[in-house]
Design a protein around this ligand. Structure first.
Ligand SMILES: Nc1ncnc2c1ncn2[C@@H]1O[C@H](COP(=O)(O)OP(=O)(O)OP(=O)(O)O)[C@@H](O)[C@H]1O
Length: 241
């Protein structure tokens, strides 16, 4: 198994405020599934943004695919970013494109022939249960449907790393299970998956997943890695009083 992402003593400070992330060190292996947990404000989104190169650290070392990502020349950024699929908390679908056109975007950018793109997009939309909504624009989709389009777009070109910020926040428990299964199968195909979530129930859903826990900007295990998730437990009630 190769090391795909490596952080050494990474710190992140926004402006002149206190450090949002401090002394964060860990490494992520290919084909492994990681949950990133922590209270609201602990720094999960910030850590993901460092991984997908939307943010530079204030200090420390970040290596992606074996290369120093902090000093990566601007011209090489697009090549790196193509290897990283991102599911944003707020979806970021292109509003004037249909669901199918949104999902097709990474393949169009990669220059695949139209016929191949159409087949791949149809299969992916069917997989996330949106076959009949292929021609719908984002504004006419529910939050959960938009989230599934965002997930389909992030995984369609089989990225080396998939980073997902609360990817099940808007879907029901059945769909959350299916999406975790999809993410888990990507791991089996060699993709490194990092899912930030508040939903501790999800942690029981991916056998063999590892867990990273942030507490006020610090990884709880100072060596950075990692514990197995808690054993499988029954689903919580869908409705609470
Ligand atoms: N662009 C920014 N400028 C200034 N402060 C920021 C910025 N982005 C995040 N922060 C601050 O950094 C801290 C960590 O935020 P972050 O969004 O990474 O946490 P989180 O664990 O993802 O939270 P949540 O679970 O609520 O999404 C918070 O105090 C937040 O206010």
């Amino acid at each position: 198994m190769a090391t795909i992402v490596q952080f050494e003593n990474v710190g992140l400070r926004y402006g002149s405020g206190p450090e949002t992330l401090s002394d964060v060190s860990f490494s992520l292996q290919s084909g492994t599934f990681y949950f990133l947990t922590g209270a609201s404000g602990a720094g999960k989104t910030s850590l993901l943004r460092l991984i997908y190169l939307a943010q530079r650290p204030s200090r420390g070392i970040i290596r992606l695919f074996g290369e120093d990502a902090v000093v990566l020349p601007r011209a090489r950024m697009p090549g790196f970013r193509r290897r990283i699929g991102v599911v944003f908390q707020d979806f970021r679908l292109v509003p004037h494109l249909t669901a199918a056109e949104n999902v097709a975007l990474p393949l169009r950018i990669a220059g695949l022939p139209a016929g191949e793109i159409d087949t791949a997009v149809r299969e992916m939309l069917a997989w996330v249960g949106l076959g009949p909504r292929a021609d719908a624009r984002p504004a006419t989709l529910s939050g959960g449907e938009q989230q599934r389009v965002a997930i389909a777009r992030a995984v369609i070109n089989r990225p080396d790393i998939l980073v997902a910020d609360e990817p099940t926040g808007n879907v029901d428990p059945d769909m959350a299970d299916r999406l975790m299964h999809l993410f888990g199968s990507l791991g089996n195909l060699g993709t490194t998956v990092v899912v930030a979530t508040h939903d501790l129930h999800l942690l029981t859903r991916v056998p063999g997943a590892r867990m990273m826990q942030l507490d006020d900007g610090r990884l709880l295990d100072p060596t950075g890695i990692l514990r197995n998730p808690p054993p499988q437990s029954p689903s919580p009630p869908l409705v609470t009083a």
